[in-house]
Design a protein. Structure first.
Length: 657
């Protein structure tokens, strides 16, 4: 439950309407519900600091939470951002999956004997895990986007800019929303980014779609940061335009002649003549010399064809489905921010915005709802040596790491829930009751943040839109929620509404179902004083070695079983090689971290290891060519051990001294 609600807009003076500047241009279903949520404000939840990374005292942050609740936290803390880049879902109807690689088992002699041989990527054992679905009803998407954009605007500084990355599916609608929210006069550019050299389109009915759109708006058209960027001249351009040459101080220099300007004063012309910057044409015309080595390039326009998408072999690739190239973010960040400014990405994805902002001397905020995004960004920033704080918004999302898969399995998770076409699609299904018969069940869509909170707006829609469509013999409905304004408030609203009897609606907390969905990961390990070989003898050294002897992850095992069964039925090859996991289970470990500083509270990673998909160790953010040996070194007495499985679930184990 939210601690309180924070207004999107500044508190109005007495007698002033809160939404006096709220003027809806684009009309669609659900707008009135959205207006109600905007009047109520942004939900503010408790925020827990889970880890501090690096030695510097900084306000850089990675926040796991939804855009709306993250903005509420920033606004409550008085934090203003100077540049926003977001790459939200495109309303494309596509599912996005993460490829999960089973690691080498360090206990198996055969794997160790191959230490000098790098396996071909196709030989690796892997399966896919759907991370989220970009499947939206258009009206719901626009309501969701409008609310998020208004929240983001509320934490932007007076001189800030925002870039919104979309494509043809929805950009034309979002342009109208942004005109309304930021003002048509504050529109700067609709950037066309050509993603690749070829669209790969093979059809004959239309042209290939090969670009994304990036909308740019500012808070104040008269006062905002913009640094002109230049594109290097092409060889062809240099040959055509810088066609003159002359010897200057013994060096041949190329130059072009440019228009001097009719208003150029005689004093300026004389100064240019003394500096040898005037060029005279054959007809006696006077032009300005522009030397190639002094020309910055062609000023950037809104057609970007010189930045390629991240290819499969790129050094920056982090195996994230919607990863954008660093060059794209570098251009945006350089253009619309200065060093020391705060750059935020509220749909952070692979962490490219934060990584590039950090490299360019800016501060950063990375926010995302997905655990895969949070871990990818965290590991990426650790490798770059960044300092930052990890935070988690206590808004309910931490109870389900993968909303897409939870929704797919919701019937299995809720005891007795069955699908039935006789009830409207608004209802997830029904539960059979010996006394009441069929009891329809409503479950909020975990992938749609607007339906997560059960408030009077949602309950009013249930009572007056969904319930009237039910068969007449229905005596009861069950309404699940992830978050709620107050059960007492909702029951009182139902009673005062009088459209149904007092006991017709039963409220249930979905978190109680999700909390125990999967058994916690289990590990066996032993802690010994660290040793090293010195002059042919084994001697103790400072610190400790933790050896993992067994690791069991029910979630990963179930995923592998599902993959094997599905592949066995769909694979057209004569022989199918199932993925197998050893008894030790060490192949299902992706990351380990040791905390030698604190036995509870926020995490301090005093030593960490990440095992890449080829089995090589990334030690404290630095890549090596060593294979994991089932151990992790602790520089001091270890107090806690954190293990992340290959699907992204993290478990903390207390280590007794």
């Amino acid at each position: 439950m939210a601690v309180k609600y924070i207004p999107f807009f500044p508190e109005p003076i007495e007698g002033q309407a809160l939404l006096n500047n709220f003027n809806r241009t684009l009309r669609y279903r659900g707008v009135e519900d959205l207006n109600g949520r905007l009047r109520r404000g942004m939900p503010y939840y408790e925020v827990e600091t889970t880890e501090k990374v690096g030695d510097m005292d900084t306000d850089n942050m990675i926040i796991r939470g939804e855009c709306l609740s993250a903005c509420a936290y920033l606004k409550e803390q008085g934090i203003k951002v100077d540049l926003v880049y977001i790459d939200p879902p495109f309303a494309s109807g596509a599912d996005y999956a993460k490829k999960v690689y089973v690691r080498r088992n360090p206990k198996v002699a055969e794997a160790i004997s191959q230490a000098e041989t790098e396996l071909d990527i196709d030989e690796l054992k892997a399966f896919e895990e759907t991370m989220y679905g970009d499947v939206w009803d258009k009206e719901k998407y626009l309501n969701w986007m409008y609310e998020n954009l208004v929240a983001i605007k509320s934490v932007m500084s007076d001189t800030a800019s925002i870039y919104v990355h979309l494509d043809w599916h929805i950009v034309h609608y979002v342009k109208i929303l942004m005109d309304e929210i930021f003002g048509e006069d504050n529109f700067k550019n609709d950037i066309t980014w050509k993603r690749q050299t070829s669209s790969g389109f093979k059809g004959k009915t239309a042209m290939g779609k090969n670009h994304d759109n990036i909308l740019c708006y500012v808070m104040n058209n008269d006062d905002h940061v913009y640094n002109t960027e230049y594109i290097p001249y092409s060889d062809e351009y240099i040959k055509q335009r810088f066609s003159h040459t002359e010897i200057v101080n013994g060096v041949e220099k190329r130059f072009k002649d440019a228009f001097l300007g009719t208003a150029t004063s005689p004093a300026t012309i004389e100064a240019l003549r003394k500096d040898n910057k005037l060029y005279y044409t054959e007809k006696g015309g006077m032009r300005l010399k522009v030397y190639l080595d002094e020309a910055p390039g062609i000023p950037l326009d809104d057609i970007w064809t010189d930045i390629d998408a991240v290819n499969s072999q790129a050094e920056e690739r982090v195996d994230y489905a919607t990863q954008k190239p660093e060059a794209l973010l570098e251009r945006i960040i350089k253009a619309s921010s200065d060093e020391g400014m705060l750059v935020a990405d509220f749909f952070g994805g692979s962490g490219v915005t934060a990584a590039v902002a950090n490299r360019l001397g800016r501060r950063f905020i990375h926010t995302d709802i997905g655990i895969n995004s949070i871990q990818t960004a965290r590991d990426r920033l650790v490798a770059s040596g960044a300092s930052f704080t990890m935070k988690e918004v206590k808004d309910g999302i931490q109870l389900y790491r993968n909303p897409q898969q939870t929704m797919e399995n919701i019937c299995r998770l809720i005891p007795g829930l069955k699908n039935d076409d006789s009830v409207d699609e608004f209802w997830e299904g029904y539960i059979s009751d010996s006394r009441l018969g069929k009891v329809p069940v409503y479950v909020p869509n975990l992938m749609d943040s607007s339906s997560k909170l059960l408030d009077e707006v949602v309950m009013n829609r249930i009572l007056h839109e969904a319930v009237p469509e039910l068969p007449g013999d229905i005596q009861k409905v069950i309404v699940y929620y992830v978050d709620i304004t107050s059960e007492e408030e909702i029951y009182r609203f139902i009673q005062e509404d009088k459209s149904v009897t007092k006991d017709f609606v039963e409220l249930r907390d979905l978190k109680a179902v999700l909390d125990d969905v999967v058994a916690a990961d289990y590990a066996e390990y032993k802690v010994e004083r660290a040793t090293e070989e010195l002059c042919g003898q084994t001697v103790e050294k400072e610190g400790y070695d933790i050896e993992i002897t067994k690791f069991v992850s029910d979630r990963v095992i179930q995923k592998i079983r599902d993959f094997n069964e599905r592949s066995m039925h769909t694979n057209k090859k004569k022989y199918f090689r199932a993925i197998a996991v050893s008894e030790e289970g060490l192949e299902t470990i992706e990351y380990l971290s040791v905390d030698c500083t604190s036995a509870e509270g926020e995490w301090h990673s005093d030593s960490e290891i990440k095992i890449d998909k080829l089995g090589y160790v990334i030690l404290n953010g630095q890549k090596t060519k060593d294979f994991w040996n089932a151990r992790i070194y602790a520089p001091k007495q270890p107090l806690r051990l954190k293990i992340r499985n290959i699907c992204g679930d993290e478990t903390i184990f207390s280590i007794m001294a």
